[in-house]
Ligand binder design. Sequence first.
Ligand SMILES: [Zn+2]
Length: 724
Amino acid sequence: MKRFSAVLLILISFSFILHAQKIDVYQRPLKYERSRDYDAKHYRVILTFDLDKKSFWGENKITLSPLKDDFKECVLDAEELTVTSVINDQNLPLQFKQTDKHLFVYFSKAYSYGKAVSFTVKYHAEDPKYGLFFDNEGPTNPKMVSTVSWPEYAHHWFPCYDFPNDKVTNELIVTVKNNNKVLSNGRLVSVKEDKEKGTRTYHWSQELPHSTYLFMLAIGPFVVIEDSLGSLPVNYWVYEKDVKDAKWIFKKTPYMIDFFNKLFGYEYPWAKYDQVTTPRQGGGAEATSATVLGEQVIHDKRAEQDFSWERIIAHEISHQWWGDLITLRTWAHTWLNESFGTYSDYLYTRYDKGEDEGAFDLLRKKNQYLREAHTRYMRPIVFDRYDHPQNNFDSHTYPKGAAVLHMLRFVIGDKPFFRTLKHFLHKHEFQAVDTHDFMIAIKEATGQNLDWFFEQFIFKPGHPVFDISYTWDENIKKLKLKVIQIQDTSKDIPIYKIPVIIGIVIPKKKMSKKVWIKQREQVFEFSAEEKPLMVRFDEGNYLLKEWTFDKSLDELLYQLKNDDVIGRIWAASELIKFKDNSRAVNGLMDRTQKDKFWAVRRSAVQTLGEIKRREHVELFKNKCKDKNSKVRTAALKILGDYQDSGLILFFMEQFKKDDSYLAQAEALRSIGKCGDRSQLSFLESAAKMKSPRDVIKKAADWGIKKIDRKKGKGNFFYDYCPPI
Ligand SMILES: [Zn+2]
């Protein structure tokens, strides 16, 4: 069997493959866009909260416009809410019926198409299971309330039409005890204090239309750190204990908004931008003008190298355009939110961290998708089969779509690509859109018809898999490059049409030629003055692909030293094919020290780890001093695999002096792998150390278990997933 992209294989977690199951996503039910018979215009929600009793009560005044004649009955989504009355504009009661999921309101007369209709629903609720959460004071958080309206849970805290194809303006007027603050979407109209009752009423107004899953509410004793971008207020709502760290963690927010303003060609659309931390989010959840972030976003400076949320902060900011300003019409088109958001966080990484980090981030995204494609399923990016919208928020939607946008940019060119984004945003601002709207935007902004591109990469599953080889004819000075597409085309995966850049390096000269791949098998001929030192397929790394490309030792050694970071990482992993050759080993050893990019050094370390020679122990020990913690962590893992008790003292030293939590955790696991019972007390005391996400405790516990198992079962060994 041919060895596919080694970069991919290294990054795939072995245990994940063991436990993953193939899923037939085509068995999922077909879902259509929801039909509606009215257009909701405005929700005026007035609520009072009792955080001790975990209850809230109040009303929603709904203004809507019928989309049909003879509109006599209105069906609203409402769950876990107890409706006590519905009244019309004249304060007269209206008939209503409540079922598990819906509220039916019956009008006393029929309304015709386009008329304004308004009525008020009075209701109360206690500690709902979905949508709105009451949290007791915990070890990390104060007593508070936060919402998760996504994807269709807003109707668990106010009755509404709860599907993203409708956009409304809204007010949220919330009364709480005066030790709390209230955050919501839009502009803060007023805060009124009632000293007698000891309450405060916050009046928020979102004056620009948005979908219900973007409604948010947070109540708690937050400290608000004020910041700004010009006249735009930018605030960070955090727990009191987190203020010091929140200041540096969020400080790039205005700079990120400014970057996206210029990149997208559309000024930030909302009245302000807030970020708030809650115990209910694992990552981040966008909401118009107010992003809800998991409380783990806050950590000390030391943890930044291991657990930085900078990319997530940028990703969520970009949703203020992708998702919030323009919104997916149905959950089949999740990529319009998430692929654009994920591509935006790549663009920010490329801008802020430079070309190498940008390239590596894109590789990481591609591999995330490929892992899902190999171990779970392949589906079209636009996919209308799902049990629940969450099904579509996977590695096809986030990283694959981002990689496809990068290819699209390559195909149409930088300027036309960003012109298209700008046009798409301006044309469809405050609207719900689907993929065809984007395809039309490309045609309008560039004149180009990219339907063939969408057909391959958006509406069909899979990705190209190339087998590449070449020959050099010294007599006629010609290079013949053969490209075969070897993907399995039986599952609706096409033979791809796509341009690709071939890079040819000869001594003192470099050529780049763009060719079009169109058939299953093609041969391209290039003239060169001398035999190439390196032939590069997909120079610039624009394509989402897997590939095999058997190269000579000389070429791989040249590539390892001279190519871009992605080529160097690939060459380092390919050199395993020459593991018995001293030139290959020496080349890798050289790169572990001298390469300027950490991921190349790590790739070289990992290949040497696969070769696993006794004489390399000193080299790996030396790499535990690398300035990048990920390289140190990789070296510690490899050293642990020697299961050599003679290294225990070294691991203990590393544990004590490394400033990376993840490297420390790896040192503990390596102690565990040695299986020496005398180390149990060391691991037990290490397990008491506090660390973000408990990575130290988990590693120490793993090490203890490992030693215990070794005693009982001899050389028992199992793989593990390092925490990320
Ligand atoms: Zn997102």
